[in-house]
Ligand binder design. Structure first.
Ligand SMILES: [Zn+2]
Ligand SMILES: [Zn+2]
Length: 422
């Protein structure tokens, strides 16, 4: 019996991993352009951290976490809580009043696996802690937009404001009384959410619920003066950077800790409308987790979904191609090639050879599979005459090149030749 991976857990095979490497490379580059520094975090945290940050009454905490109940620990279902825990624990705010941090890694949620949604999934998270200015909100969205643009992915940006502890409770009461009258028409989940997390009814995907909430009061009409001003300024900043966005008053996000700005990057290219990145402001959360009273805002990008879109849109990737393949015929030639390939690698080239003494034809085939730009062909006779054949694999032109006794010198001359060509 073969042992297979667990349902919802997926291997990322080498061809696919190329895409992931490229995605991460572009992301790190962009995050760093915006001044963010990497922080690497553990996968296991105390369960209480997520209960206190994400919220007891959220789908995540209620039913999706992988928790080792006897140990009181949980595999992180998202990145923000862990990042803030580390931020507080190490007093990072003392170093710098505004911290921009990013982290990349796996998260775990026990959901029904579907296309682009796994139980172990990966996110790239960026958080800005210590700044409440609307410019920062717009800057984060600009960062997300830049990342998607550079990966060749089209997505629309939707934004909303969830208000603050001053204005949200009043809205919540108005919403609950609106929903009370329609409780019978709502799905079972929403009927339950009404008592625990009524805002979530607004973004229920059930068509019946969607229809019911069309006439629901809008949180944007209920914002207090400062929240209203903040939201207007965020939008003005986005306009000033020519970043298209649409206000979606039904977007509430699944986590309790959001305040004011929330946003999502949405694509229709994965079948149903799906968010590939989302985030928002969480101004009270750091204090709630026992830290200083600092504001914060962040977003996470779903890497599985981005990888799917990159595959669909055939985003061009830098290949894993070898720069040069050394085909050796005969024992002496193979021994020489063995040293030469090592020197080429030390010089930073991707060099490959065959170790099994196969025919020239078989080795040329192998050279083709590695995608090498050049193949150097060395036979025992050629080794004696101090000559080898260099073949340009693209143009198929061949030329005779001198073979130097010293493999290091030979590698130097080949390396400059290969670099000239690329
Ligand atoms: Zn407010
Ligand atoms: Zn519903």
């Amino acid at each position: 019996m073969k042992i297979r991976a667990i349902n919802g857990f997926k291997d990322i095979l080498p061809d696919e991993a190329l895409r992931w490497q490229y995605m991460e490379k572009v992301a790190r580059d962009i995050f760093e352009r915006f001044g963010a520094r990497e922080i690497r975090l553990p996968i296991l945290e105390k369960t209480e951290l997520f209960a206190r940050s994400i919220g007891e009454a959220t789908d995540i905490v209620e039913k999706e976490m992988y928790t080792f109940a006897d140990k009181g620990i949980t595999m992180r279902p998202e990145g923000t809580a862990s990042l803030l825990r580390a931020f507080i624990e190490h007093g990072l705010h003392v170093q710098q009043p505004v911290q921009r941090l990013y982290t990349i890694g796996p998260m775990f949620r026990h959901e029904r696996p579907q296309k682009g949604r796994l139980r172990q999934f990966h996110q790239m998270d960026v958080e800005v802690i210590g700044a409440s200015e609307p410019q920062v909100d717009a800057e984060l969205m600009a960062m997300g937009r830049m990342l998607l643009d550079e990966l060749g992915i089209t997505a629309s940006l939707e934004i909303n404001s969830l208000g603050c502890p001053d204005c949200r409770p009043g809205f919540r009461r108005r919403l609950v009384s609106f929903l009370e009258e329609r409780r019978d028409q709502l799905c079972r989940d929403c009927s339950r959410r009404m008592d625990t997390n009524p805002l979530r009814v607004l973004d229920c995907k059930n068509p019946g619920c969607r229809e019911q909430v069309q006439e629901a009061p809008s949180i944007l009409d209920a914002l207090c003066g400062p929240c209203d001003g903040h939201f207007a300024e965020v939008r003005r900043c986005l306009d000033s950077l020519a970043i298209d966005h649409r206000v979606n008053r039904f977007m509430v996000r699944g986590l309790d800790y959001y305040t004011r700005t929330t946003f999502e990057f949405i694509t229709g290219d994965l079948g149903a409308q799906a968010a590939i990145g989302a985030g928002g402001r969480y101004d009270g959360l750091i204090e709630q987790l026992g830290g200083p009273p600092l504001p914060g805002i962040g977003f996470a990008m779903g890497m599985e979904r981005i990888a799917l879109l990159m595959a669909q849109q055939e985003t061009s990737l830098p290949g894993p191609h070898a720069d040069i393949f050394v085909a050796a015929l005969g024992e002496a030639a193979a021994a020489y090639a063995f040293g030469l390939v090592h020197q080429l690698r030390r010089m930073g080239l991707k060099a490959a050879m065959d170790h099994s003494g196969r025919s020239l034809k078989a080795q040329m085939k192998q050279a083709g599979r590695t995608g090498a730009a050049f193949t150097l062909i060395i036979g025992d006779n050629e080794l004696e005459r101090g000559k080898a054949t260099l073949r340009n694999m693209e143009t198929r032109e061949q030329e005779s090149v001198p073979l130097l006794a010293d493999a290091t010198e030979q590698a130097h001359s080949l390396a400059s030749r290969v670099r000239e060509n690329s």
